[in-house]
Design a binder for this molecule. Structure first.
Ligand SMILES: [Zn+2]
Length: 58
């Protein structure tokens, strides 16, 4: 499992998204940033959200 923790990018945002694969977590993270933080989707955003996607140990 992978988890996107928005607070790592946007302090104060409590949104988290979980997914089975890293790619899927990145998709959800990107969509969240576009929908909730007025970001433009694209490779720059994809690279940015990558640091906020964590692998869960279980
Ligand atoms: Zn957020």
């Amino acid at each position: 499992m992978f988890e996107f923790v928005c607070e790592k990018l946007v302090p104060g945002c409590t949104a988290k998204e979980q997914a089975d694969t890293r790619d899927e977590a990145l998709d959800k993270a990107e969509r969240h940033m576009v929908d909730h933080h007025d970001r433009m989707s694209g490779s720059d955003l994809r690279a940015e959200v990558d640091i906020a996607v964590l692998r869960l140990s279980h």
